[in-house]
Design a protein. Structure first.
Lengths: 195, 195
DNA sequence: CTCATTTGTGAATGTTGATTCAAAAATAGT
DNA sequence: ACTATTTTTGAATCAACATTCACAAATGAG
C-alpha cells in the first residue's frame, strides 16, 4: 500500500475553479490547472475523467450544497414565506462570500454546461429549483404573495437578477459590497421600485 | 469590375448567429457557418477578420440598436418615468421577438466577449447603460421611485432578471410566452412579490 | 530488503479546426 | 475577345492543447 500525499483531488478541483474563473472554461489549460494545484498533468486525469468532468463536479458540489440548505429552510415551520424568501437570498449570497472565483465560474459557465447533453444535468439543480418553488407557492397559498405573478417566471426573475449582481460583485467587490446587494435585492424582490 | 453576388457579408453574420446559438461560440465551426451561409470557408475571412470578430459584430449591432431606441425614449418628455421603465422592458423584449437565436447568443456569450480584452467592449453598451440610468434617476428625482435603492444595483437587477427570462423563452417558447413574461416583469419590477 | 501495489509523472501523440493563400471565376470596360 | 480588377474558393497548413501511457517513485507487508 501507498498512502496519498495530501489531498490532490481537492487541490485539483480548487485549482480548476481559480483557473476557470480567470480565463473562462475554454481558454483554461489543463497544464495551468496542474501547475496551480502543484501536481503533474497526468494527475489531473487520475482523479477526473476529463476537462468537462472538472466543471461538472464543481457544479454538482455547488447545487448539492444549495439544495440541502434550501430543503432545510423550506421545511422550517416557524418562518413566514416572506422571511424564507429573505433567507433564500441570504443563502445564495453566503455560499459565494468565501469564494469569488466560484461566483464567476457559476455565472459564466452554467449555461455552457446545461447545453452539453453529455451529462444529464446534475439532479441537485432540479431539486434545488423545486425547493424554491415550494416556498413561493406557500406564500401564494397563504395570501401573502401576489397571485397574478407566475411562480416559474418569478423564480427565474429573481434567480437571474441575483446571478447578474453576483457577477458584478465578483468582478468589483468594492463597488458592489455584498451587504448592500442583499439588502437591495430583498427590498426589490418584495416591493419593487415604486414608492 | 465584378459585382458581388447577393449579400454574403449579411448571409455570413446571420448564419453565425444561428450556429453560435445552436452550438455555443466555442463549438461552432467556421466550416458550419460557411455551409449555412452558402459560402466558401474562405469567404468568411474576406468579410470578417476572424471568428471572434463575428461575435463582436453581432453584439455591436445589437447594442447600437438598443442604445438608439433607449436614447429616443429617455429624451421623451411626455412619458412618466414609470411608463418609460415599461417601455424599456418592451424594447428589450421586442428586439428578440423576431430572432430567438439572437437571444440565445446574447445570453450565453455576452460575458465571454466582455472578458476578452482584445476589443474595447463596444461603445454602444456603455451608452446604452447610461441611457437606462437617466430614466431611473429621473424617477428618483421626481419622487416616484424608491430612493433607498441603489440605481446601479437596480439596473443590474432588472437587466439580469430579463436576461435570464429571455433565455428561458428562447429555449422553450411555449411555456414562456413573451407577453406573459413582459407583463410579469413589469409588475415585479415595479411592485415586487408582496401583496 | 524485496516485492507487490498504489500513486504520481510529463514527454509524446493525435486530433481538431481556425486561418491562409494561390489559384479560379466572374464581371465590366474597351 | 481580351484585359484588368474584384470576388470567391477550399485544399493545405499549422498551432494549440487535451489526453494517453509507459515508466518512476513511494509505501507497507512479509
Amino acid at each position: 500500500m501507498r498512502l496519498k500525499e495530501g489531498n490532490k483531488e481537492k487541490d485539483i478541483i480548487e485549482a480548476s475553479i481559480t483557473v476557470f474563473a480567470e480565463h473562462g472554461y475554454h481558454k483554461a489549460k489543463i497544464s495551468k490547472i496542474a501547475e496551480v494545484a502543484n501536481v503533474a498533468i497526468g494527475s489531473v486525469y487520475v482523479y477526473y475523467k476529463n476537462k468537462e468532468d472538472l466543471l461538472y463536479k464543481i457544479f454538482d458540489n455547488l447545487w448539492e450544497k444549495l439544495y440541502l440548505e434550501y430543503k432545510k429552510l423550506s421545511e422550517n415551520t416557524y418562518l413566514s414565506p416572506a422571511e424564507k424568501l429573505d433567507s433564500m437570498i441570504d443563502i445564495f449570497f453566503d455560499i459565494f462570500t468565501e469564494n469569488p472565483s466560484l461566483a464567476i465560474v457559476f455565472v459564466n459557465e452554467q449555461n455552457h454546461l446545461m447545453l452539453n447533453g453529455q451529462f444529464q444535468f446534475t439532479e441537485f439543480y432540479a431539486k434545488f429549483l423545486t425547493q424554491a418553488e415550494l416556498v413561493v407557492q406557500e406564500g401564494v397559498d397563504k395570501n401573502i404573495f401576489a397571485d397574478n405573478v407566475d411562480i416559474d417566471i418569478f423564480r427565474f426573475f429573481v434567480f437571474g437578477a441575483i446571478r447578474n449582481l453576483l457577477q458584478q460583485w465578483a468582478l468589483d467587490q468594492k463597488n458592489f459590497p455584498l451587504n448592500k446587494l442583499r439588502q437591495n435585492v430583498k427590498y426589490l424582490t418584495k416591493k419593487g421600485i415604486l414608492k
